[in-house]
Design a binder for this molecule. Structure first.
Ligand SMILES: N[C@@H](CCC(=O)N[C@@H](CS)C(=O)NCC(=O)O)C(=O)O
Length: 217
């Protein structure tokens, strides 16, 4: 069982999508960033950077609880655990997958989001050029590389980018959007937003899924 320290931020949503895709059992521990729960001493013990997401795997190979943060490291960990979502066809594709994970983490971030829109457009064009003749970032194999970008595309499209100007990226985005695991993750994530947190439906969801944590919040 994996504990996922979660709020519906782009980096956290990656992990929810991967857990659903990999059919790994998990338990969500809500960390409400609007209540600054990620800044507490208690959370610092799990993630000293005070960022989301983080996981604790309670049954890794050594039978010891294993704590991990940095979303793309978590994606790799989960993919290797289930031997899925990593390109299999060619060994070099594994490194291509790592390349995209690195590039995503460097250029699609909260800091870049706050910057000049020209940089974001420049990065979208790089994706667009790459995707013009491919179904997924690593050719035709859906992988954690695609998952690492997906929530960020959504994030930018809401604010700075008109996705219609990037037709190949748009098609690729909907290829991921239409997957059952993505739909399920999006349904769950909607209970972990500023507006949803106080709705009756989300309170019921949180109580049902994590009664101990939600009694005190
Ligand atoms: N490189 C880190 C970045 C984590 C990160 O910046 N998370 C954001 C949410 S997307 C966060 O925790 N923001 C809260 C804050 O900075 O106060 C990762 O990939 O996990």
């Amino acid at each position: 069982m994996i504990d996922l320290y979660f709020w519906a931020t782009p980096n956290s949503q990656k992990i929810l999508i991967a857990l659903e895709e990999l059919e790994i059992e998990y338990n969500i521990i809500p960390i409400n960033i609007y209540k600054k729960e990620h800044m507490t001493e208690e959370y610092k013990k799990i993630n000293p950077t005070h960022k989301l997401p983080a996981i604790i795997d309670h049954c890794d190979k050594t039978n010891q609880a294993h704590t991990l943060y940095e979303s793309n490291a978590i994606l790799l960990y989960l993919a290797e655990k289930k031997k899925k979502l990593l390109p299999k066809k060619l060994e070099i594709n594994k490194y291509n997958c790592m390349k995209w994970l690195s590039w995503q983490n460097a250029h699609f971030t909260p800091a870049v989001k706050a910057k000049d829109v020209a940089e974001i457009k420049y990065n979208f064009q790089i994706l667009e050029d790459h995707l013009k003749d491919k179904r997924f970032l690593c050719d035709d194999e859906y992988s954690i590389a695609d998952i690492s970008f997906f929530p960020w595309i959504n994030e930018y499209s809401e604010f700075q980018i008109n996705i219609n100007n990037f037709p190949h990226t748009k098609e690729w985005y909907y290829r991921i959007y239409d997957r059952e695991a993505t739909k399920k993750a999006k349904e769950i994530a909607k209970h972990f937003t500023k507006d949803a947190y106080f709705s009756e439906e989300s309170r019921d969801f949180l109580m049902k899924n994590n009664p101990d944590k939600n009694k005190s919040s």
